[in-house]
Design a protein around this ligand. Sequence first.
Ligand code: NCD
Ligand code: ZN
Length: 332
Amino acid sequence: MSTLKLPLPDDFHVHLRQGDALADYARDIACQFGRILVMPNTVPALSTTESILNYKNAILSAAPNLEPLMTFKIHSGLTSSDLESFKAMGVVAGKYYPAGVTTNSEDGVSDFESIFPVVSMMEKMGFVFSVHAEEPNVFCLDRETAFIPKIKTLAQKFPKLRIVFEHVSTAAAVKAVLEMPSTVAGTITVHHLTMTLEDLIGDALRPHHFCKPILKLPSDREAIRKAAFSGNPKFFFGSDSAPHKQEKKECAYGAAGIYSAPVLLPILVREFEKENALDKLPNFIAGYGADFYGLPRTTREIQLVKKSWTVPNLIHGVVPLAAGKTLEWSLL
Ligand code: NCD
Ligand code: ZN
């Protein structure tokens, strides 16, 4: 039977939620990943040392082998002493959410320039600036493209700031990341790598494929695939695995977010294998992201085996990506 050994990957964009479910989601991601960048869009958001520390401890007590890389949610009221205490506890990044563009972003930023003083401190202190790049109040398919000038402004105004354009979903975003300086990188999800709007609304409404930023056109997916399979160090993996319970997705006002954690590596291996790019996979999942964040590359490994399995229809009350489908790579 064929097996595949890989470095134990990093996932630079994960939502773990709160309450009892947190332990379930943390254990699921820990089956395939060693380090994860933990998103701060809880309610209330992770914006104080106490909340970040409690959250980190909850993750560690559920999944002791997982290394959570903590983030804070950016708002204009953060002071230098807030940022210094984040730094002292090992927080690696601040996450910028424009107000109202995605799950739990009602408390996001509505005045872009109001955060410049915080951004300037982040630049000096070496925090990564992670951004949900969508412009509110723009037609849904155009929101990401409309946000690009803001990223360009930040890259120019704060030339030492490391910026991550999260979950690129358009050819325009890929192009922008390529054109901007080496301080700007992009993360790529499994769902934007494999699906388009067709999979959301083509034959039927498939709410479990609804996420922000929305799946886009075949030409966008092509650009994202090219970025991932080309082995360009500006692009690395961030799943944006974002679980919502079944009833929150299958209703009249469904939540945005795809629960991809249980199937990430089997799908990534399938896709890279299909493109004859398996040699590019280790850097995509365990190299370029660590380098960009200034972290040592992992020395741990994980093995997969070519043995088919069927993805469960429901995991902890959540319908995962590829539910009911057969995948040919399994974790050993
Ligand atoms: C995420 C969530 O559910 O927290 N949803 C999503 O559609 N991606 C938030 C986010 O990363 O946008
Ligand atoms: Zn996310």
